[in-house]
Ligand binder design. Structure first.
Ligand SMILES: Nc1nc2c(ncn2[C@@H]2O[C@H](COP(=O)(O)OP(=O)(O)OP(=O)(O)O)[C@@H](O)[C@H]2O)c(=O)[nH]1
Length: 554
C-alpha cells in the first residue's frame, strides 16, 4: 500500500505539477511517520517495575556549566569622546545537583553524562549574562556517593538553590565576594554536609590584578564594599545610559581603630562565627591507593540536595577595570587587547569552565526492618500481609528481583519494612542474585529471618529451617562482619502445610536466644503477634540477637 502511494506521488510530480506532488509526498511522509511512531512507542513501553532489574550502582560524569564571557564595551557620547566602560559581567554556569527523592527507586532514570548549562555572556549597558540553568537529578533515598575523580564542592543544601538566584559575580562592579572558597578545613572532606559553609573571599583574583593596582588589601577593601549607582542623564537630545562605578569612592575606605577598615573587621567576625553548623559524616572518609574515596557523602532524607559539580564563574565585563586604569594614571583608554590576557595566560574576561567530577552512586535502601530468607520462603507474601505493599508473589525462586519497601503502621507510629530478594548459599560470592542486594541489609535496624517450614517436607529437596538459618547468617557475615549483630527474630512461615507443626517444634528445640513466630503469611495467621514482636525490637524494648552458635545443625 505504502509502495503504491509512493509511486503515485512520484508520478504526480511529473504530471500534476510540483506543488501538488510536494503536498502529497509530504502527506505520505507524515502518515508513514505516525504509523511508525505508534510501533516505536509500543516498543519503548517499559516493563513493569517488578520485572526490571534494579540498577543500584551507577557511574556519573558530571560537569558544571561554563561561565559566560564578560563584555568589553564603551558608551561614548558627544561630551565624552573617550567613552565610559559599560561591559557587563558574564553569568555563572549552572551547577549539577543531586536531589534525594522518594519518587525514584533506583538509578535507572539517570544518564551517565550530566552537564549543566553555561552562563550567558555579558552585554553592553552593564547587562550581566544570565545564570546557566542548574541540572537537578533525582536520586533515591539512601544514595551513597563514592568519589572517583575531581573534587566535590563540599556543600549540601536542604533548600532550593533557586532562592539565592543572583550571584554577586553577576552584579557588575563586584567580584570579590562572588568568588567563594570553602576553607581548607572543609575541603579536606572530613565534613561534607553543611547547611552553610564557612567562606572566605578569594584574593587570588586581585593578585592577578596586583601589578596594576598595587596594595592588595586596598584593592580588596575597595572592591568588596562597592556600591552601585545608576543615573540616566540626557545628552544632546539623545538619552544616554550612564553608569558610575561607586565603589571607588573614598568614603568606603574609612579606617577604624587599629588601622583596620570596617570591612576587615566584618571579615574577621565572619571568620570567627561560621553561619552554618557542620554535620559530621557518620562514616569516616577512607582513601585508598587508587585514589577512590569511599562514602564521601550520603543522601538519606527526602529533599536533601548536594551540588556535585559547580558552574564556572562568569568573565568580568570591562566596567570592573575602571580602577585599574585610573590608578595607573593612564590617559589612554584601554581597549580589549590591553587586558584580555594577563600574566599567566588566562583571561579574566573569559568565563571559567565548570568543575568536573566522576562519581559512583550506590544505593543502600533505608528500612527499619529487613526480611531476609531463602528464595520462596514467603517474604513477599509476608510484606503484603504486614503492609499495604503489593509485591509480586510467585511459586518459583527469585520472583523478587529488587528490594521492595512497605510501611508497617501501628496506632502511634510506622516503620519501613524491606523485602530483600532471596539469598542462597554462596550469595556473598555473587551466586543467585548475589551480593548485589546484601548491601541493602546494611542499614536495617532489625532483621527478621523468614524460614520455610515446608521446604524439606513430603520428600521435597529443600533445606530444613535450621540449616536455612545457618546459611543465611553465614552469608550475611561473609558479606560484612557483624552484619548479623543486630536485634532479630525468626518468622516460621507456611504453618498451614501438613507436617509444619512438627518442624516448628523441632526448630524451637534447635534454635535458642530469639523469639520464633509461627505464621501463615497467605492467611495472615499469626501476623498480629509478629507485628507486636517487631515493634518491641524496633523500639529497643527487647534486643534479642541470633548467633550462629545458638543454632544446632546435624
Ligand atoms: N502454603 C503456603 N504457601 C505460602 C505461604 N506464604 C507464601 N506462600 C507461597 O510461597 C511461594 C513463594 O512466595 P513469595 O512470597 O514469592 O516468596 P519469596 O520469599 O518472596 O520468594 P523470592 O521472590 O524468590 O525471594 C508462593 O507460591 C506463595 O504463595 C504460606 O503461608 N503458606
Amino acid at each position: 500500500m505504502r509502495v503504491r502511494m509512493r509511486l503515485f506521488s512520484a508520478q504526480s510530480y511529473q504530471h500534476l505539477g510540483v506543488q501538488w506532488g510536494k503536498s502529497l509526498y509530504s502527506q505520505w511522509m507524515l502518515s508513514s511517520l505516525t504509523s511508525n511512531l505508534g510501533t516505536v512507542c509500543e516498543m519503548s513501553k517499559l516493563a513493569p517495575l517488578q520485572e526490571r532489574r534494579m540498577i543500584d550502582r551507577f557511574t556519573v560524569y558530571a560537569k558544571g556549566g561554563e561561565g559566560g564571557n564578560g563584555c568589553c564595551s564603551f558608551r561614548r557620547s558627544r561630551t565624552n569622546r573617550h567613552g565610559i566602560r559599560d561591559g557587563g559581567n558574564g553569568g555563572r554556569g549552572g551547577d549539577v545537583i543531586l536531589e534525594c527523592s522518594r519518587a525514584v527507586w533506583d538509578f535507572s532514570g539517570l544518564q551517565h553524562h550530566i552537564n549543566a548549562k553555561r552562563g550567558g555572556h555579558g552585554a553592553p549597558k552593564n547587562r550581566i549574562g544570565s545564570r546557566g540553568a542548574d541540572k537537578i537529578v533525582q536520586v533515591p533515598v539512601g544514595t551513597v556517593i563514592h568519589l572517583v575523580e575531581g573534587e566535590l564542592p563540599s556543600e549540601m543544601e536542604k533548600m532550593s538553590p533557586a532562592l539565592n538566584d543572583l550571584d554577586e559575580i553577576e552584579i557588575p562592579d563586584t567580584f570579590d565576594n562572588s568568588i567563594l572558597e570553602c576553607n581548607e578545613e572543609i575541603s579536606s572532606s572530613n565534613f561534607c554536609m553543611t547547611d552553610v559553609v564557612k567562606i572566605e573571599p578569594k584574593r587570588s583574583l586581585f593578585k592577578r590584578l596586583g601589578g596594576n593596582i598595587g596594595n592588595e588589601s586596598e584593592s580588596s577593601r575597595n572592591l568588596s564594599t562597592g556600591s552601585f549607582q545608576q543615573s540616566s542623564p540626557g545628552y544632546g537630545g539623545s538619552k544616554v545610559q550612564c553608569y558610575e562605578v561607586g565603589f571607588w569612592s573614598e568614603g568606603d575606605d574609612t579606617e577604624v581603630d587599629g588601622g583596620q577598615t570596617e570591612w576587615e573587621d566584618e571579615l574577621e567576625e565572619r571568620e570567627e562565627e561560621p553561619q552554618g553548623k557542620l554535620i559530621e559524616l557518620k562514616e569516616e572518609l577512607e582513601e585508598t591507593d587508587d585514589g577512590l574515596q569511599y562514602n564521601v557523602a550520603e543522601l538519606t532524607e527526602q529533599g536533601q540536595r548536594m551540588t556535585i559539580a559547580q558552574g564556572g564563574r562568569g568573565g568580568l565585563g570591562n566596567v570592573c577595570f575602571s580602577r585599574v586604569y585610573r590608578k595607573q594614571g593612564s590617559r589612554n583608554l584601554p581597549n580589549k587587547d590591553d587586558y584580555e590576557d594577563d600574566d599567566d595566560g588566562s583571561s579574566l574576561i573569559v568565563g571559567a569552565p565548570g568543575s568536573k567530577v566522576v562519581l559512583i552512586l550506590e544505593l543502600k535502601s533505608i528500612a527499619d526492618i529487613g526480611l531476609v530468607g531463602m528464595p520462596n520462603a514467603g517474604k513477599s507474601t509476608l510484606l503484603g500481609a504486614l503492609s499495604k505493599a503489593k509485591p509480586q508473589v510467585g511459586h518459583y525462586a527469585f520472583t523478587t528481583l529488587r528490594p521492595n519497601l512497605g510501611k508497617l503502621t501501628y496506632d502511634d507510629f510506622s516503620v519501613t519494612v524491606a523485602d530483600i530478594p532471596g539469598l542462597i548459599k554462596g550469595a556473598h560470592a555473587n551466586r543467585g542474585l548475589g551480593h548485589a542486594f546484601l548491601r541493602h541489609i546494611e542499614r536495617t535496624k532489625v532483621l527478621a529471618y523468614v524460614v520455610d517450614l515446608a521446604a524439606a517436607l513430603d520428600g521435597k529437596k529443600g533445606i530444613p529451617p535450621w540449616e536455612q538459618l545457618r546459611d543465611l547468617m553465614s552469608e550475611l557475615e561473609m558479606h560484612q562482619k557483624e552484619l548479623t549483630n543486630r536485634p532479630s527474630l525468626i518468622v516460621a512461615n507456611k504453618m498451614d502445610e501438613a507436617g509444619a507443626e512438627e518442624v516448628y517444634q523441632e526448630l524451637k528445640r534447635r534454635v535458642q536466644g530469639v523469639p520464633i513466630f509461627p505464621i501463615c503469611a497467605v492467611l495472615e495467621d499469626g501476623v498480629p503477634e509478629l507485628k507486636d514482636g517487631l515493634r518491641l525490637l524496633v523500639n529497643g524494648e527487647e534486643s534479642y540477637k541470633l548467633r550462629l552458635a545458638d543454632i544446632k545443625v546435624d
